[in-house]
Design a protein around this ligand. Structure first.
Ligand SMILES: [Zn+2]
Length: 102
């Protein structure tokens, strides 16, 4: 599940596999992957990218901050729950949009 993908507004590809969070092809790490078990460490890593001018989408930062607030720092312990909640949230938003336009 990805937090941010490479693109016009993003110099990072951030994703998690349920055990670790990854910064893939990391420009701070010679294009090698960086791996974190801690959401705070990933957040700090994203701020490091920003400090040297890399583009990091706000939603990636906001989502990590939200998850730290809701689930705590330990990604592996709460990854399943947080991604299930996130999926439900997206679905609820879609249903609301469809309901509004009907
Ligand atoms: Zn990185």
């Amino acid at each position: 599940m990805s937090y941010a993908r490479f693109g016009e507004f993003s110099d990072v590809y951030i994703w998690g596999d349920g055990e670790y969070l990854f910064c893939d092809l990391c420009k701070l790490n010679d294009r090698r992957v960086q791996r974190f078990a801690s959401r705070r460490e990933m957040l700090e890593h994203l701020f490091q990218h920003r400090r040297i001018g890399h583009l990091i989408p706000d939603f990636a930062i906001e989502r990590l901050e939200y998850e730290i607030d809701q689930y705590g720092d330990d990604y592996a312990a709460t990854a399943k729950q947080s991604s299930a909640d996130y999926g439900r949230q997206i679905l609820a938003n879609l249903e609301e949009m469809i309901g509004d336009s009907a």
